[in-house]
Structures are given as C-alpha cells and as structure tokens.
Design a protein around this ligand. Structure first.
Ligand code: ATP
Length: 369
C-alpha cells in the first residue's frame, strides 16, 4: 500500500535558519520512519536576505506560488540586519506570505521541559504548559501591514489603527476553542482565557463580545477573562494555571516573548501560523547572525515546530493517525532527552551544538522515544 505523501515547501532562509530547518526535517523524517504511514515530499525554495543580496528579489520566481500550493510551509528564519531595502526595512517575504495566505492564528506553545532553564523559583513552574494564540493578520499590526492601511501622519501627530474584524475574530476564537478541546482530549486542562482590554477600548470590547458569541458553540470549554496588564502579572505569578490564551496581535507579540522567556530561550520557542487553507511553521527566533555557521544554534524550536506541522497535517486529514503519532513521538523524544540529560544545548550552557542535539533527538526517536 502506498503511504500518503504531503508536500512541504521548505524555505531554509538565512543564517541559522538553514541549519535548524535541516535539523527539523531530519527529525520529521525519523519520526515518519518510526511510525510509518506517511511520507514528506519536500520542495526547497530560495528566499530571504541572502537571496535578495544576490538577485534583488526576496523570493525565487514561482516560490510564492509553490509555497501557496503546498500542504504546509516550513521556514527556517529570514532576514539579515546587513541586508535591507532602500527604505531601511529588512527583507521579509514571510510577512507577505502571512497576509496573502491569511495565516491569522499564531500558535506559540510555552512548555517547561525538565532540566531546561526555568526562570521562576516556584516548583510549580515545572508544570507550565500553555499556548499563546496570537491573532496575526490585524489588530495593531494592521497599521504596519504591507497593504497600505489608512493612517494619520503629520509632523505634529501620528496615528496607527488597531483593527478587529468579526470575520477574523470568529475564526480565531473557534480555533482557540477547538485547540482547548484537543488539549483536553490529550490530558491537558482544555480551557481558554480571553486576554483583552475590554474595559478601555471599544475594539477590545468587540473582541470579547465575539469571544462570548463563539463560546456558545463550545459550551463544554471552560473560559476565563483577563485584562492584558493583569495577564502579564499572572504569567509571572501563576503561569501554571493557564492553558490557551487568545488575544489581539500586539498583545500576543509581547506576551508570547514574555511567556517564552519563562521556559528557556529563543531556541525552545516553536511557532505555527495557521489559516483556513494554509499553514506555515517556523521557530520563533530569527536568523541569529551572531552564531550562524558555528554549529551553536539550538535546533529544538525548529524541531518542535516540525512536530506542530505534523499535528496540523493530522488535523487536516481527519486525524490521520500516523501523523499525529509522529508529532507525539517528537515531543516525547524531546521531553525524555531533557529528563535524562541527553539534550544539553549550548544555548543553555551545555556542550551540544546543532548537529549533536539533532543526532540525539533522532537516536531517542529510533530507540522508541
Ligand atoms: P528577528 O527580529 O529576525 O526575530 P532577532 O533580532 O529577534 O531576530 P534572533 O535572530 O532571534 O534575533 O536572535 C536573538 C538572540 O538569540 C541572539 O543572540 C541569538 O544568537 C540568540 N538565538 C536565537 N535563536 C537561537 C537558537 N536557536 N539557539 C541559540 N541562540 C539563539
């Protein structure tokens, strides 16, 4: 029987993006070998600051359409501070992809792994396991979007517009509730917190109104509410009490870094950007030019992003067992690797570079997680 094959558009990009995407796909292959039942058909696409410096284009001809046609996109990292457009902005075709493909749901899992750095002394910090769900196409970033939104700019005043639409917020909230249901089915808390500033802004009151409307369709999912400032406090005071936190773009931008900092560094921050018909997976970190080409990058953020990708493909194909299993196999290998002190990334003062960490994760997978 022929195993189904999934088309993955791989954009290694710049700097450590090249190394960590190679690591992530090697681990995904190992997980696929272990579980069987599917194949990944990778198409490598050129894009990024290095490509722009060579050619004057941020993506190779046809690459954007190829990415749009794939079952999923995997991206390493894009951008180099030394390469810029004439107006001073960095090369960022991935932001265009996010807009074009409608990738509104930014998923940032924040999980404490044993022996990985924890910033909080409270022993309950070992239980941190939450997801920041950041709306990624509108909110305050609407003002910075590529599509030229209206704004006020004079030499006396500048205004940026925060945009909340019913259409996107409904889909985002549905995504949050479905994610909570899935996490509950896997033994998690399965609850959603609406993070907003509904006491001050009409746009945020609208966000909360839509959250409440959509909750009607997911009555089994417990909900709570937190103003964003209180949420920042609670992420330090009691992050172990939260599960899925859904919020506007700018709030998510800030709180996801804060939450990520609780459980390690950039090298652990996995990320998915999901829309109705497309999804892009990438580590949340950048191209880290300070350590590129030195085998120092921690590939785990990219590896955990690959697990998110397999899980997404499982969802898209009606819970296709081997894909979900492969995602779980990767998660389990990372958890066990840390627990047994077999994963010691240099990022955390350990002795293992990108390749050594990757080899060890693959060895853990081959040996049964
Ligand atoms: P961007 O704006 O493109 O997201 P950035 O300017 O925030 O990028 P990063 O490239 O993410 O910066 O790097 C920030 C710091 O974190 C750097 O010192 C970098 O070396 C470190 N860093 C980032 N990713 C990793 C990683 N995977 N492993 C180890 N260190 C990392």
């Amino acid at each position: 029987m022929n195993a189904p094959s999934y088309r993955i558009a791989v954009i290694p990009g710049d700097g450590i993006g090249v190394d960590v995407s190679r690591a992530a796909l090697a681990v995904a292959e190992a997980a696929s070998r272990r579980t069987g039942g599917f194949r990944l058909d990778c198409q490598y696409l050129e894009a990024g600051a290095g490509y722009f410096a060579e050619t004057g284009h941020d993506m190779a001809p046809g690459a954007e359409d190829a990415a749009a046609a794939a079952d999923a996109i995997f991206l390493g990292a894009i951008g180099l501070p030394s390469v810029r457009h004439a107006d001073g902005t960095e090369i960022s075709p991935h932001l265009r992809l996010r807009d074009r493909l409608g990738l509104y749901a930014g998923v940032r899992p924040v999980k404490a792994y044993p022996n990985a750095p924890q910033r909080l002394a409270d022993p309950r910090a070992a239980e941190i396991d939450l997801v920041i769900l950041r709306e990624s196409t509108e909110g305050l970033f609407h003002a910075a979007a590529a599509n030229g939104p209206s704004h006020v700019e004079t030499d006396a005043e500048v205004q940026d517009i925060l945009r909340i639409t019913r259409r996107t917020t409904e889909r985002l909230c549905d995504f949050a509730f479905r994610l909570a249901e899935k996490r509950r089915a896997r033994g998690g808390r399965g609850q959603v917190t609406c993070v907003d500033k509904a006491n001050v802004f009409r746009s945020m009151a609208f966000f909360r109104k839509i959250f409440d409307e959509r909750q009607g369709a997911f009555a089994d999912v417990p909900v709570s509410y937190n103003y964003v400032d209180a949420q920042a406090l609670d992420l330090i005071r009691r992050p172990w009490d939260f599960d899925v936190l859904v919020m506007e773009n700018m709030f998510g931008d800030i709180l996801s870094d804060l939450a990520g900092g609780l459980v390690g560094g950039m090298g652990m921050a996995a990320c998915a950007e999901i829309g109705d018909d497309h999804a892009l997976f990438q580590p949340a970190h950048g191209s880290a030019p300070d350590i590129m080409g030195q085998d120092k990058a921690n590939p785990l953020a990219a590896i955990l992003s690959a697990a998110l990708m397999l899980d997404y493909l499982a969802d898209r194909t009606g819970g296709h067992g081997p894909l979900a299993e492969a995602a779980a196999v990767i998660e389990a290998a990372v958890t066990r690797g840390f627990a047994e002190n077999r994963l010691r990334p240099m990022e955390f003062g350990g002795d293992m570079g990108t390749e050594a960490v990757t080899r060890e994760v693959i060895a853990l997978i081959d040996a049964g997680g």
